[in-house]
Structure formats: structure tokens, C-alpha cells
Write a protein that binds this ligand. Structure first.
Ligand code: NDP
Length: 247
């Protein structure tokens, strides 16, 4: 749909769900994709899928909460491909609980992965992107970062933080033709949402104007669009992909 020939992309949380779909979409558009998550085995499966479809992929197991590991991993990716054009900060976790029951560790987990992890990855790409005077950074936030959600104060704070990070870095990096945007999915069917009871899913579906829950494949082409030349005059924005939940 969008042309990403000769571009090199890094996708975090590429082992499953939305990150897997984004990796396939970027590859289908012509990009070489460096796949990052903690599980090498699941990344190998996604890599095999990409290669089967005629694309190029490589596997880079890394915990994005570890700044030094991120820096070494991104250096290895840049050395392997000789460039780094697109970063998709997609890796994320939830630790849901009401604020009165939320432990300090449960507070830290989404902040460290969803927000600090994205910061670690942006730090690792910003110099090469500034040098090449081109870059696309796409942060996967959530509508919960805009609306809030009972039982998700930690997760919502991390996702709202990601929107602030997106806007600020967009302002800092625009003069070098680096765009920074966020994509805010609504409810998407993945491992992250698999535990929701069927009755709750039904009630949720009724609150979605487009009348269905989302799929990873609803989010992936929007990321490919933001990574493409077609989106070169868009920066600092948050695009909602939520079936109209937040109209
Ligand atoms: P999944 O739970 O299916 O996948 C999460 C991904 O993140 C996995 O690939 C996991 O890989 C990776 N990951 C988690 N922690 C780390 C870490 N410390 N270092 C590296 N990788 C890590 O989630 P989804 O696909 O549903 O979500 C993807 C993104 O979309 C998340 O940021 C999520 O917050 C966001 N989102 C999801 C929505 C939904 O309804 N599903 C709605 C709105 C936003 P591994 O375990 O191998 O490390």
C-alpha cells in the first residue's frame, strides 16, 4: 500500500500481536525489519513468516527496559544494515489494579517498559537519524492515555507520557526531517486483551461505533502510512485507531 523500499525499520514487541502485524506490514511495503522483543523463539517465527513472504528480517532479543542492552542491540542493527530509518516503539505491558491496591512494582512495570523503554530506543536511534537527516519514529500509545481508565492508572500514565514524549521529540527533531507520531489503538484482540470476560467484550463492542473489536491488522497499515513518504508533512500527532470509541 505504502512504499518503504530500501528502508530499515526496527519494531519493538515484534514477537506477537500488534508488533507482529506491524512488522509484516512494513516488510510487505519493502522495508527490512529488525525484530526486537525478549523472546528469541517467537521472533524467529515472525522472521520466518517475513522471509516466506519474500521480505528481509533479523532477530534481536532484547529487554527494552535495559538501556545498555538497547544501545548495544541498536548499534548491532545499524552495523548490520548500514542505516536505520524507522523506529516503531510498540513493546508494552499492563499491570492492572485499582490505585488503592497498586504496588510500587506494579506502578513501575508499565512505566519502565512503555515509557522508559521507548525513551531508551529513541536515544539509541536519534544520532544516526540526525546524521542521515531522515527518520520516522512511531510510538504505539493507547486511547487510555487520552481518556484514562479505572484500574489502569499506571498504564494510562505511561501511555499519556508517551504522547507528551511524541510531541516534544517531534518539536526537537523536525528540523532534520525526522517525524515523530503516535498511534492510539482502541481495543485490539491480542494476548494483552485475551483475559477479558466474554460479557465485557460484548458490552465493549456495543460501545464501538464501527460495531466490532479491532484487529492488529487494523493498526499495522496506519503505522506503514506514518513511516512512508505520504506522511512526510505530519509530525507530533496522535492518530486514533479505535473504531470511533473516542469520538
Ligand atoms: P502483546 O502483549 O500481545 O505483545 C506485547 C509485546 O511487547 C510482545 O511482543 C512482548 O514480547 C513485547 N515486550 C513486552 N515487554 C518487553 C520488554 N521489556 N522488552 C522487549 N519487548 C517487550 O500486546 P499487544 O500486541 O496487544 O500490544 C502492543 C502495543 O499496543 C502495546 O504497547 C500496547 O500497550 C498497545 N496497545 C494495545 C491495545 C490492545 O487492545 N491490544 C490497545 C492500545 C494499545 P516478549 O514477551 O517476547 O518480550
Amino acid at each position: 500500500m505504502f512504499q518503504l523500499k530500501d528502508k530499515v525499520a526496527v519494531v519493538t514487541g515484534a514477537s506477537r500481536g500488534i508488533g507482529r502485524a506491524i512488522s509484516l506490514a512494513l516488510s510487505d511495503a519493502g522495508a527490512s525489519v529488525a525484530l526486537v522483543s525478549r523472546s528469541a523463539e517467537r521472533l524467529e517465527e515472525v522472521s520466518a513468516e517475513i522471509i516466506d513472504r519474500g521480505g528481509q528480517a533479523s532477530v534481536h532479543p532484547c529487554d527494552i527496559t535495559d538501556g545498555e542492552a538497547v544501545s548495544a542491540t541498536f548499534k548491532a542493527i545499524a552495523d548490520q544494515y548500514g542505516a536505520l530509518h524507522i523506529l516503531v516503539n510498540n513493546a508494552g505491558v499492563t499491570r492492572d489494579n485499582l490505585i488503592m491496591r497498586l504496588s510500587s512494582d506494579d506502578w513501575d512495570a508499565p512505566i519502565n517498559t512503555n515509557l522508559k523503554g521507548a525513551f531508551n530506543c529513541i536515544k539509541a536511534v536519534v544520532r544516526p537519524m540526525l546524521k542521515q537527516r531522515f527518520g520516522r519514529i512511531i510510538n504505539i500509545t493507547s486511547i487510555v492515555g487520552i481518556t484514562g481508565n479505572a484500574g489502569q492508572s499506571n498504564y494510562a500514565a505511561s501511555k499519556a507520557g508517551l504522547i507528551g514524549l511524541t510531541k516534544s521529540t517531534a518539536k526537537e527533531l523536525a528540523s532534520r526531517s525526522i517525524t515523530v507520531n503516535a498511534v492510539a489503538p482502541g481495543y485490539i484482540t491480542t494476548d494483552m486483551t485475551a483475559d477479558m470476560p466474554e460479557a465485557a467484550k460484548l458490552a465493549l463492542t456495543e460501545s464501538i461505533p464501527l460495531g466490532r473489536l479491532g484487529l492488529p491488522e487494523d493498526v499495522a497499515p496506519i503505522v506503514a502510512f506514518l513511516a512512508s513518504e505520504a506522511a512526510s508533512y505530519i509530525t507530533g500527532q496522535t492518530l486514533l485507531v479505535d473504531g470511533g470509541m473516542v469520538i
